[in-house]
Design a protein around this ligand. Structure first.
Ligand code: FAD
Length: 362
């Protein structure tokens, strides 16, 4: 054993890094295995990324289709919960199951140590036979590079930090990004600012009667095909954006239209592809996120594209490491409240099988 380990290190069967919906869902199933585990989360309070979403955010899937394992989010099949209700639900979920959670604890590095993994955090060191990484993406907002962006003197904000339209009232604003975030932020900001929606291609909208549960059903069909060894169908291109009420309202107001990207920034604004220069006050980047995997770097499992090569949810290069909740590459619909349960259940069962014989994970 490493000589430099502090005397107060702790040892468990499993360390779960991240106490958002993904980490809690894994914890729900680990509780049933009898394995010793701890969930380490960098935030002082529960709620994870939801705690930082914008004030008016409403789920695109109704409550009945937005529950973690074991305990439904109240509201039923026709109610779309607000951000604060999801945070409250995660707080109560964590308390209800009395998970062994330590927060705020930021995991800085995970290293190999013989049969075990060493989890180095800002508030201690844990040894574990298995580690589940459930750190999400919210801490790694992604902004597409545009020439001159560093010289632009206006405001720039990623959707991860967007809270409300108030600071943009009366201003000329670009909302960049063609997904659900872009559509919802445009819908809101366009009510008080001169907003232009910039998307790489024409945005596609689900029919009004379809919401997040349609996307989940699609993911389930792909999951079942994968489980049954059938060809996994490509997602039907019915549309990416769920027509939640604020987005429908924006369509009625005639603002749900987007333009293709500008060429470059100037100090005062942007230059469009036809050469026109336009003064802009602010840009809100709704350009998505990358997986937060810095803590895995010492294991040399993170590929150049920023993902980890997996078999199911388990790292191929490090068989004592599992990943949950980062998007379809870690399980269809796994980055959603209702979708993460499937991955969490199979990961807990797989770890239990592999640790049952106390055999080193091979
Ligand atoms: P997170 O919620 O990001 O939690 C990860 C946790 O890990 C955080 O607490 C973080 O602090 C912690 N962490 C990170 N790094 C470390 C570290 N090194 N050490 C310790 N802790 C660490 N899903 C739905 O089901 N329905 C919806 O309607 C819906 N709408 C959405 C709208 C928007 C705008 C966005 C962005 C997402 C939406 N989602 C929705 C998706 C879903 O909410 C998120 O993907 C979800 O937050 C992912 O949960 P998570 O637990 O995987 O990650």
């Amino acid at each position: 054993m490493r000589a430099d380990l502090p005397p107060d290190y702790r040892q468990v069967d499993v360390v779960v890094v991240g106490g958002g919906q993904s980490g809690l869902a894994v914890g729900y199933y680990l509780r049933r295995t009898g394995l010793s585990f701890v969930i380490l989360d960098a935030q002082a309070e529960p709620g994870a990324a939801w705690r930082h979403a914008w004030n008016s955010l409403r789920l695109f899937s109704p409550a009945q289709f937005s529950s973690l394992p074991g305990w439904p989010l109240e509201g039923g099949p026709d109610y779309y919960p607000m951000r604060d209700e999801v945070v409250e639900y995660l707080c109560r979920y964590e308390a209800r199951y009395e998970f062994p959670i330590e927060r705020p604890v930021h995991v800085e590095a995970i290293r190999r140590e013989g049969d075990l993994l060493v989890v180095e955090a800002d508030r201690g060191i844990w040894l574990a036979s298995a580690v589940v990484s459930a750190t999400g993406t919210w801490t790694r907002p992604y902004i597409s590079e545009y020439p001159g962006r560093g010289h632009f003197r206006g405001d720039q904000l990623h959707s991860a930090r967007y809270a409300s339209p108030d600071p943009f009232a009366g201003k000329r604003v670009l909302v960049v990004g063609g997904g659900n975030s872009g559509a919802q932020v445009l819908a809101e900001v366009s009510q008080t600012a001169t907003a232009t929606w910039v998307t790489l291609k024409e945005p596609t909208f689900l029919p009004d009667h379809m919401d997040g549960r349609y996307l989940f059903d699609q993911a389930t069909a792909r999951y079942r095909a994968q489980q049954e060894g059938r060809p996994v169908p490509e997602p039907a291109s019915l549309g990416d954006i769920v027509m939640v009420p604020p987005v429908r309202d924006a369509r009625e107001r005639g603002v749900l239209k987007s333009v293709r990207p500008f060429d470059r920034f100037t100090e005062e604004g942007v230059v469009w592809s036809d050469g026109r220069e336009e003064k802009i006050d602010a840009v809100i980047w709704c350009t998505g996120f990358k997986p937060a995997l810095e803590h895995l770097r010492p294991l040399r499992v993170v590929e150049p594209g920023g993902r980890v090569e997996l078999e199911g949810n388990r790292s191929i290069r490090e068989p004592r490491l599992w990943l949950v909740g980062y998007g379809d590459w870690t399980g269809f619909a796994s980055a959603t409240l209702i979708g993460v349960g499937r991955s969490a259940r199979s990961v807990a069962a797989e770890i239990e099988r592999r640790l049952a014989g106390n055999s080193a994970l091979t």
